[in-house]
Design a protein around this ligand. Structure first.
Ligand code: FDA
Length: 497
């Protein structure tokens, strides 16, 4: 049965949800956050909260019996292995022609990501969020987000000398020899901590290859920033292992939210009903889009408009590796935290991160994740027969991304006399075109919602995560997701409370 009405319920604990919870709590509002992933605050039997990329165990993947590593092969050999089915930290969600990687747990994507905290170039902003005032974003909300996230930059002198960024220095050399701008990329990893890792004075995380399945030390995930601050207000309660399945208008006003409490094997152990005056959808681009499309189609929220489920993009993600000559080793020790990129956005539509391959051995490989100006957009729709939401993305829609990435790497290969690696994504496969780390859109700002994330048709329902952004941010997305959430929640607190 329904309990007493609570003022605000937030679905999800990633960037958007954490910003909403903190700012509402600071404004004196009590907030309940429901998160389907685990709390990730308790060490396992090895004394660590998170497992390593070199030995993924049950903690690595969300409800899978086999790992689904972004790089499926190495030197031609498949590297995935069996694991116990468990509510692990990284979801490799297969949707149509794409695998969408997402973080699961208190902190959302901040638990698993590389921490690259990039503010888009000002001149690109109007294409990213056309209805948003750029002056306000660059004067107020981007600075606010960067400060609260703890964004910092690598010490350039240390970069030049540390073995852990040999791979990035090789990446720079090759970029510059082909005339491409090489840029340092800010991060939320604590660079001073990484220096101490290199000096051997603290337990290692980035220099132990930790990434994808969590970082035990050094990375300032949301658990250490927004969520820590939110908890300190005393007004925020977080419920991990709770999955929201329905939101519908309640008879006496507000919204009835149905929540399933789940075990670590993913089974429902209890179902709860909460009535909330206001509900914030912050389940991430895929999570929020799936919920809204289902709720519209099944009659729980029939007045949502036709924009719900539209405008989804992959931020143009595509991966590739290059095979270097023997005189360009990239190092057996590689920091798992990338610190640099190659900017060919204006000329070729690609921004390529120089990414690590932290295998522990010399690979003579340079590895890159490119963010490209891929124009393709997909939509979510309700599949009544299967009782689930589908996404109509096609694998072939990555071809523009490949073409844009080639504007960088074909040129570098020609200049260096090198070739692409063909052993990382299968056998004789050059392009990692099967995945995205950066799902965006599905409930686009000023279309499915008003210009501040208020869902059309339902006062008191809001979207405040990556689903607001129409498919591309030109760089890594979480700073923009955070800054947009800061902008929207400020307006909502001022006018809707
Ligand atoms: P986010 O996905 O963070 O949070 C949503 C939360 O809601 C999740 O915790 C989820 O479990 C929960 N949820 C979903 N459905 C639910 C339901 N029904 N009930 C309850 N809870 C539910 N970006 C960047 O800027 N720099 C980088 O370096 C990287 N690197 C990177 C690496 C990898 C491996 C990944 C997977 C992603 C990145 N990203 C990144 C992307 C970045 O992490 C991502 O854009 C943000 O986390 C998205 O923030 P949101 O607030 O939209 O949702």
């Amino acid at each position: 049965g329904a309990e007493a009405t609570i003022p605000v319920l937030v679905i999800g604990t990633g960037y958007g949800g954490s910003v909403a919870a903190l700012r509402l709590a600071q404004a004196g509002v009590n907030v309940q956050m429901y998160e389907m992933g685990m709390a990730w605050d308790t060490p396992g039997s090895d004394g660590k909260i998170f497992c390593n990329t070199t030995s993924p165990d049950q903690r690595s993947y969300w409800l899978r019996t086999k790992t689904k590593q972004p790089l499926s092969n190495f030197l031609g050999f498949p590297i995935d292995k069996n694991i116990p089915r468990y509510t692990g930290i990284l979801d490799a969600e297969e949707m149509g022609g794409i695998i969408v990687y997402q973080g699961r747990g208190v902190g959302g994507g901040s638990l698993v990501n590389g921490g690259m905290a990039v503010t888009p170039k000002r001149e690109n902003f109007s294409a990213i969020l056309p209805s948003v005032n750029a002056d306000e974003m660059y004067n107020t909300y981007y600075p606010r987000a960067n400060a609260a996230l703890g964004v910092n930059t690598i010490d350039p002198a240390w970069f030049e000398t540390t073995a852990a960024y040999q791979y990035a220095r090789v990446g720079r050399k090759h970029a510059q020899r082909s005339g491409f701008p090489f840029v340092f990329v800010p991060d939320v990893y604590d660079w001073d901590y990484m220096k101490q890792e290199a000096a051997g004075t603290v337990p290692k995380s980035a220099l132990a290859g930790e990434i994808l399945y969590g970082n035990n030390y050094g990375k300032k995930s949301l658990q250490r920033t927004y969520i820590a601050q939110a908890k300190a207000t005393g007004r925020v309660t977080i419920f991990p292992q709770h999955r929201v399945t329905s939101v519908a208008p309640a008879a006496g006003g507000g919204y009835n939210v149905v929540i399933e409490q789940i075990s670590t094997s993913g089974d429902t152990v209890a179902t709860k009903n909460v009535v909330a005056a206001k509900v914030f959808f912050a389940a991430g681009s895929v999570g929020t889009s799936k919920l809204l499309v289902k709720l519209k189609a099944t009659g729980a929220l029939p007045n949502l408009n036709a924009e719900v489920g539209q405008g989804w993009g992959d931020n143009g993600n595509v991966m590739c590796g290059r095979a270097n000559h023997l005189w360009d080793p990239t190092g057996s020790l590689q920091s798992s935290i990338p610190c640099s990129g190659i900017d060919n956005w204006a000329a070729g539509g690609a921004f390529a991160e120089v990414a690590p391959l932290p295998t522990g051995i010399e690979t003579y490989a340079s590895f890159y994740l490119s963010i490209t100006k891929n124009p393709n957009r997909a939509q979510f729709s309700w599949n009544a027969a299967a009782g689930k939401v589908d996404l109509n993305w096609q694998t072939a829609w990555k071809q523009p991304s490949i073409n844009m990435a080639k504007t960088i790497f074909d040129k570098i290969n020609a200049k260096e006399g090198t070739i692409y690696r063909t052993d990382l994504f299968g056998t004789y496969k050059i392009w990692g075109d099967h995945l995205t780390y950066h799902p965006l859109g599905g409930a686009v700002l000023n279309k499915a919602t008003d210009n501040y994330g208020r869902l059309h048709g339902y006062p008191g329902l809001y979207v405040i995560d990556g689903s607001l952004i129409p498919g591309n941010t030109s760089v890594n997305p979480f700073v923009t997701i955070t800054a947009l959430a800061e902008r929207n929640i400020e307006q909502i607190i001022a006018t809707d409370l």
